[in-house]
Design a protein around this ligand. Structure first.
Ligand code: SF4
Length: 462
């Protein structure tokens, strides 16, 4: 029987989480020309930049107020005023996003107040200056992005003439995922407005003349115009769900918070919702993609049926992956997130009961906990980000890499897992990781599975 467990240990060992400013920086990178200022010590800007650059393989430009012992004692007001001025005059941004850190929150700097002072002192500065609360002792990296999105929809949208766009809040996905969502909407002739679109800034090209700001991203004008769209869909409850509700309430537009469109059922729900909101029908091309995903799942069954799997990562990703695994005939045994949300656990429990799983849901937990569980009751496959490689190596099981960060492999920021085509990618990754592990001298079940299926085929043809 499935159950929810919350880690009681006060110390985290091998945490599956990152620090909150990373999320706000990621959201800001989705706004064309926006510049982030991290109000804290230098490390609070260096760590997110380092972590993001290793995953996205792109330069991540972030300013810092560089607090020292003196400013820690007396407050960082002067540093922040100077940083905003410098960023404005040197970088010509379209928007400035100031994010707090553990340090600036603990010393009690009033960032919104300092921004108001700056605006009074510099009335000629006309770009929006947004403040986002991102102390890392409250929540995780996804909290940072969620807070950023809530702040954006509270501050920027303005009622005007209706447009025929559909607001999409993708949450924490990859640039490849955003491109796949765009492709699906194009096939339905729906024009999206992304809050925010970090696909090109975080997966850009090489240009002989470097543009002053990374190409792509949602413009500030589009964010203002998001008040006039047909509706809003959030693709993750924990990242952007609040923003979708806020936008819906403020501008009386239909809003939906959906499960992340990973796998057949969740992608069906996404496309049906788009169709209902816009009146556009699901195209034949998308129906063909669906049929190919179903075919991939059917083909994968002979390798996957009955194998146990553990999934960890960000809550909405984990829920989507657990459902896809069940659709493939795998038996999800553990689902772990470091995020603290009982609501998420209860929702996933509902999925587990609906699909008859024996699933342990670990909330606010760490990878040490997951490893201990796997030692007691082993699994055949582990799915999550690069942080799971130590468990995979010790236990001799394959790690299917997905989520953030993936720093020990190349190009995963371009891989889509959403939509039918993303589902096909994932099914291939899961099956091939398992087959590959078997041939490397892991468990000998692969050869047995193949042998049995070949024997069955032989018997059928005789
Ligand atoms: S002090 Fe806090 S905000 Fe700064 S890097 Fe560490 S966890 Fe992140």
């Amino acid at each position: 029987m499935s159950q929810i467990l919350k880690q009681k240990r006060q110390v985290a060992i091998n945490p599956a989480r990152l620090c909150a400013p990373i999320g706000a920086i990621m959201g800001a990178m989705g706004v064309h020309g926006a510049i982030s200022i991290v109000h804290g010590s230098q490390g609070c800007a260096t760590y997110p930049r380092h972590q993001m650059a290793r995953h996205f393989r792109e330069p991540i430009e972030v300013a810092t107020t560089s607090l020292t012992e003196r400013t820690t004692v007396y407050g960082g007001r002067e540093n922040l005023l100077e940083a905003i001025k410098n960023v404005y005059t040197r970088c010509h941004p379209s928007m400035i996003v100031v994010m707090s850190t553990c340090l600036s929150e603990t010393i009690g700097d009033d960032i919104p107040g300092i921004i108001l002072d700056f605006e009074e002192l510099n009335p000629d500065v006309e770009v929006p200056i947004i403040s986002v609360k991102t102390p890392s002792y409250v929540g995780t990296h996804i909290t940072g992005l969620d807070n950023f999105l809530t702040e954006i929809v509270t501050r920027l949208p303005e009622k005007g003439e209706a447009n025929d766009k559909l607001n999409i809040i993708p949450g924490w996905v990859s640039p490849g995922d955003i491109r796949e969502i765009k492709a699906m909407l194009r096939k339905m002739e729906v024009a999206p407005l992304f809050l925010t679109d970090y696909s090109d800034p975080l997966d850009g090209g090489v240009y002989l003349q470097k543009p002053p700001h990374p190409k792509g991203g949602t413009s500030v004008e589009e964010l203002i115009d998001s008040a006039n769209s047909t509706g809003v869909i959030a693709l993750q409850r924990q990242v952007g769900g609040k923003a979708a509700e806020t936008l819906g309430k403020r501008f009386e537009m239909p809003s939906e918070i959906l499960p992340m469109p990973i796998g057949v059922e969740n992608t069906d729900r996404f496309l049906q919702t788009v169709s209902e909101m816009t009146g556009k029908s699901v195209s034949e091309e998308l129906e063909d993609e669906r049929a190919r995903l179903l075919d991939a799942i059917v083909d994968a069954h002979m390798f996957m049926t009955g194998l146990k799997v553990a999934v960890f990562g960000d809550p909405d990703n984990v829920s989507g992956l657990v459902r896809l695994c069940a659709e493939m005939g795998l038996e999800p045994r553990y689902a772990l997130t470091s995020f603290d949300s009982e609501e998420w656990g209860i929702e996933l429990l509902g999925v587990a009961e609906e699909m008859n799983m024996d699933l342990e849901i670990l909330v606010k937990s760490d990878l040490h906990e997951l490893h201990e569980k796997i030692k007691e009751d082993p699994v055949d496959i582990l799915i999550g980000n690069s942080k799971g490689k130590f468990i995979a190596e010790k236990e001799g099981i394959p790690l299917v890499r997905t989520g953030f960060p993936i720093e020990d492999r190349f190009g995963y920021q371009r891989m889509a897992v959403v939509g039918y085509r993303g589902g096909i990618n994932l099914v291939g990754e899961i099956v091939n990781s398992y087959l590959d592990n078997g041939t490397k001298g892991g468990k000998d079940v692969v050869s047995n599975t193949l042998l049995e299926s070949l024997e069955a085929e032989d018997a059928g043809s005789r």
